[in-house]
Ligand binder design. Structure first.
Ligand code: 5AD
Ligand code: SF4
Length: 431
């Protein structure tokens, strides 16, 4: 009988994709994936440390494994991902029931899981990360994620990622081309290119060049990418997005704050007016583009005036959607050492104001789509209503429709007949 592995993934899409790679490697080692830790021989926590909350969630899950391990002493527990990289062997001290710790650059070491040379703690810098091809076992048969670059060199003052993911390294464009071609051959319709800052992708070509290369692959109808740093968003990228049929009309462009003083302390290296110029160019060249963003509420030293600048930025820009977070101090970061930390209640108030404002904007934008015809890719059964299918527009808006209308993987045209706060309802049209 083969062994079974349970992987609990926390955090961003990069981690979700890393877990797909871990699954690929483990399958080669004779493991199958199980949905529950209670019948697993190996439990892996693929962790996130972007904010304190994510870290706390992991530690409480890890604590729960203690009693399970008492019942199943042969079960191995491994901690991977960003907290593994950040804490290394400290995790073993804090949680002695953990057997292994391997960091973000050491996933390949899982190949040795069954052998005596598997290290207890592997958090080494791995310069070959971008040129090592690893097996991937993907969860979805229609949409696939692929990493085009690893790490981040930006050192935004609040962010732990440059410390947990290391220096930027881009994968050779031929490797990415080969992977995406293979996915097209297997019937995948949508590819999301992943990187902390895809705009600084550089190999034999730059990011717009990579998009142009991938656009030539037949079969892949949609290409998406996350995340773009505003300072590196070039005119050439805007041109490529507008020219290339497969590149979706959506960009996630984290603003973080509408105040120049805060942006400076965040080390973002753009001003609000620089950012607005890019928004104008995007909207001029791609009128139907959807723009989403990330906002941090209550960065150290943020005054009421700074916060109001963020509020007015949201009013001015009218994003299609946002992710907003209370500032959370992270280890190794400059911001954690800054003066003027904002009280938690005030951070919560500011976050709330931001979310309420955006809720109205999102709703208004959704309402404006009623009566329009949109092309959607059907992703499968709706999570909240088994009678319905869900799909997504190129601009990344969720559309639900009756099940009899279509099937997973189909690309169809729908008329939007109703708008909800966070989704749209559609009905198929013949085009
Ligand atoms: N506190 C709050 N939010 C953070 N983010 C990154 N670091 C922190 C932090 N320390 C947010 C940023 C980033 C998104 C992925 O997470 O908005 O764009
Ligand atoms: Fe973090 Fe800034 Fe890098 Fe994004 S660009 S991962 S926010 S350091």
């Amino acid at each position: 009988m083969g062994k079974s592995a349970y992987i609990h993934t926390f955090g961003c899409q990069m981690n979700v994709h890393d877990s797909e790679i871990m699954t690929g490697i483990l399958e080669e080692q004779g493991y199958s994936r199980t949905d529950s830790p209670s019948n697993a021989d190996l439990v892996i926590f693929n962790t996130c440390s972007i904010r304190q909350k994510a870290e706390q969630k992991f530690y409480s899950e890890l604590g729960r494994m203690k009693s399970l391990k008492k019942q199943r002493p042969w079960m191995k527990i491994a901690v991977a991902g960003c907290i593994a990289q950040q804490e290394g062997k400290n995790i073993l001290k804090r949680a002695p029931h953990v057997d292994f710790v391997f960091g973000t650059q050491n996933i390949h070491t899982l190949k040795n899981i069954a052998s005596a040379c598997f290290e207890r703690v592997a958090v080494h810098v791995n310069p070959d990360l971008a040129t090592t091809e690893l097996p991937v076992k993907r969860n979805d048969g229609i949409r696939a994620w692929t990493t085009i670059m690893y790490g981040c060199d930006n050192f935004c003052s609040y962010c732990v990622v440059p410390h947990t993911r290391g220096r930027e390294r881009s994968r050779p464009s031929d490797d990415i081309y080969a992977e995406v071609s293979e996915l097209a051959g297997k019937g995948y319709k949508e590819i999301t290119l992943l990187g902390q800052n895809v705009n600084s992708y550089i190999s034999d070509t730059d990011f717009p060049g990579l998009l142009r290369k991938l656009d030539r692959i037949g079969g892949i109808t949609r290409i998406r990418f996350v995340t773009s740093h505003p300072k590196d968003l070039s005119d050439d990228l805007i041109r490529a997005m507008s020219d290339l049929a497969s590149v979706c009309n959506h960009i996630h462009l984290p603003l973080q704050s509408g105040s120049d003083a805060v942006l400076k302390r965040m080390n973002r290296r753009y001003s609000f007016s620089d950012y607005m110029k890019k928004i104008s160019r995007l909207r001029k060249q791609i009128p139907e583009i959807a723009i989403t963003t990330d906002i941090i509420a209550g960065f150290p030293g943020e005054t009421d005036e700074d916060h109001q600048l963020t509020v007015s930025a949201l009013q001015q820009i009218e994003y299609d959607g946002i992710f907003a977070f209370k500032y959370s101090p992270r280890p190794f970061t400059k911001a954690a050492e800054m003066d003027g930390h904002v009280q938690d209640l005030l951070k919560a108030d500011r976050l709330n104001e931001i979310l309420m404002l955006q809720d109205g904007i999102t709703f208004k934008k959704n309402k404006a789509l009623v009566g329009t015809v949109q092309e959607i890719l059907i992703e499968g059964e709706s999570e909240t209503n088994s009678e319905k299918l869900t799909g997504r527009t190129g601009s990344n808006k969720i559309v639900t429709l009756p099940k009899a209308c279509s099937r997973k993987g189909a690309i169809i045209h729908v008329e939007i007949i109703k708008s909800r706060r966070h989704s749209l309802e559609g009905t198929p049209v013949n085009t």
